[in-house]
Design a protein around this ligand. Structure first.
Ligand code: FAD
Length: 468
């Protein structure tokens, strides 16, 4: 049937995946409608994810570095934190970007429909706003509904002292003692912020290392540094109960042998992962299959089982990262516009913007061995990098992995300040099928941290001459 509004391409959700898909489809000549339940565009990433967290991490970095300059002869007064002003600055960064998106949408004549969208049929979405329903019909649809934080049944999530990442980014005071439940990227980034702001931090993680999934070698320097700064890092430990009490949140921890201890915190940040929003959009009414966890399966063009309905971003699976969503958004929009575009990226880099940063791309050593690849590696310790020492930091490491049969780059892990920026070079190397000589013979600017990639390749080749 006819809708109140019709889009040749209707995009559900305006996060990095959704806005990218909408803009690309519009640039390719499609009449695009973008449905978003929130008041601003940009999704989790711009509003309550990547961007506000990086603004606060910048503030944390300045505080921490200023403090550490005392070791090098420069002492500043103890920082005074005007939390309202800091919160306001963070909000202004977000506003500038989300406002920018509105302008870009207008410029492309992308029609924004504000409200909560649910499928009512294979070519229709009903968008509800304050009880009023707008019917939006489509020829093709791109689902970009994203994800939300996982909640746990034994935690009183309605207590204001229990927060998720969104609550942590709101900077509603600085808790004296903060428990970060979950030692993944999001939990550790927020721990870094609150540590700098003056909270005493405990991190609890179920697995045997923080950032499970990343190479142990590159996680170690981060672990070592935060171990020295935080109250406690509890590994192989499960939280079994959180009890709201007048004086704080009483938390029960259980170690792997079943032994329990309790401790009381002012706030608990629950950062145990994100759950896709696939189950919340009545996808079955459009004939789109959603698995029991809420993920939507897609082919290499991002098409669901219904060829005219695509899905992208966090709602289609791991890794739940903005740059993956953006890439998939372009693939879906171009396929929807009739181009023969497929998702064929070899690798997706991951970064924890902690202090130090931890970044990796491609295979880890363990994964390469599991696949029967003869792995060779070049590891370069930043203690031998002039630039790193000039930053007052020596704990970093760049580890590049090669396939011994043809010397091609298959993965890398980097830990140290700015590791997230450095990993892009290795991602490009893998995409282009570069080998050790390509990395080793490319002239890198001196003195930069980027040289450590060059040196790691030379370590593998055995051609390194001096460590500078
Ligand atoms: P989202 O960004 O989740 O957007 C989905 C949008 O759809 C939302 O605006 C939502 O309101 C809307 N929506 C959902 N359902 C409906 C509906 N039924 N009707 C209408 N609208 C709907 N990733 C990185 O790559 N780098 C980082 O540094 C990084 N930092 C992060 C920090 C934090 C604290 C968090 C929480 C996440 C971070 N991420 C980071 C992850 C990143 O935010 C996500 O991977 C990314 O936002 C996913 O984009 P998306 O387009 O799939 O969906």
């Amino acid at each position: 049937g006819a809708g109140d509004i019709h889009g040749e391409v209707v995009v559900l959700g305006s996060g990095p995946g959704g806005y990218t898909a909408a803009f690309r489809a519009a640039d390719l000549g499609k009449k695009v409608v973008l449905v978003e339940k929130d008041a601003t565009l940009g999704g989790v990433c711009l509003n309550v994810g990547c961007i506000p967290s990086k603004a606060l991490l910048h503030a944390a970095k300045v505080i921490t570095e200023a403090g550490e300059m005392a070791d090098h002869g420069i002492t500043f007064a103890k920082p005074k934190v005007d939390i309202k002003k800091l919160e306001g600055w963070k909000a202004s960064v977000v506003k500038q970007l989300t406002g920018g998106l509105s302008g870009l949408a207008k410029g492309r004549k992308v029609q924004i429909v504000n409200g909560y969208g649910r499928f009512t049929g294979p070519n229709m979405i009903a968008v509800e706003k304050d009880g009023k329903v707008t019917k939006v019909s489509f020829d093709q649809c791109i689902i970009a509904a994203g994800s939300e934080p996982v909640t746990l049944p034994f935690i009183p999530h309605d207590d204001p002292r229990v927060i998720d990442s969104t609550g942590a980014l709101e900077l509603d005071g600085i808790p004296k003692r903060l428990l970060v439940l979950g030692g993944g990227i999001i939990g550790l980034e927020m721990a870094c912020v609150y540590d700098a702001l003056g909270s005493k931090i405990t991190v609890v993680e179920l697995m045997d290392q923080i950032i499970p999934g990343a190479d142990k070698d590159i996680v170690k320097p981060l672990h070592k540094r935060i171990e020295g700064r935080y109250e406690k890092i509890l590994l192989k430990t499960r939280v079994t109960a959180v009890e709201a009490q007048k004086g704080g949140l009483k938390v029960t921890f259980e170690d792997e042998k079943g032994g329990t201890i309790t401790d009381t915190f002012d706030k608990v940040l629950v950062a145990v992962g994100r759950r896709p929003n696939g189950k919340l959009i009545d996808a079955e009414k459009a004939g789109v299959a959603v698995d029991e966890r809420g993920f939507i399966a897609v082919d290499s063009q991002q098409r669901t089982g219904q060829r005219h309905i695509f899905a992208i971003g966090d709602v289609v699976g791991q890794p739940m990262l903005a740059h993956k969503a953006v890439h998939e958004g372009k693939v879906a929009a171009e396929a929807a516009a009739g181009q023969n575009r497929h998702f064929d990226a070899r690798v997706i880099p991951s970064v924890a913007y902690t202090d130090p940063e931890v970044a990796w791309v491609g295979l880890t050593e363990a994964q390469a061995k599991e696949r029967g690849i003869k792995v060779g590696k070049g590891s370069f310790p930043w203690a031998a990098s002039g630039r790193s020492l000039s930053l007052g930091r020596s704990e970093g490491m760049t580890k590049v992995l090669f396939d011994e049969t043809d010397d091609r780059v298959i993965g890398a892990g980097i830990v140290g300040p700015n590791a997230g920026d450095l990993i892009a070079e290795v991602a490009l190397a893998i995409e282009m099928g570069a080998d050790a000589v390509d990395l080793g013979h490319t002239i890198h600017p001196h003195p930069t941290l980027s040289e450590t990639v060059n040196f790691a390749a030379e370590m593998f080749e055995g051609t390194i001459t001096d460590l500078i």
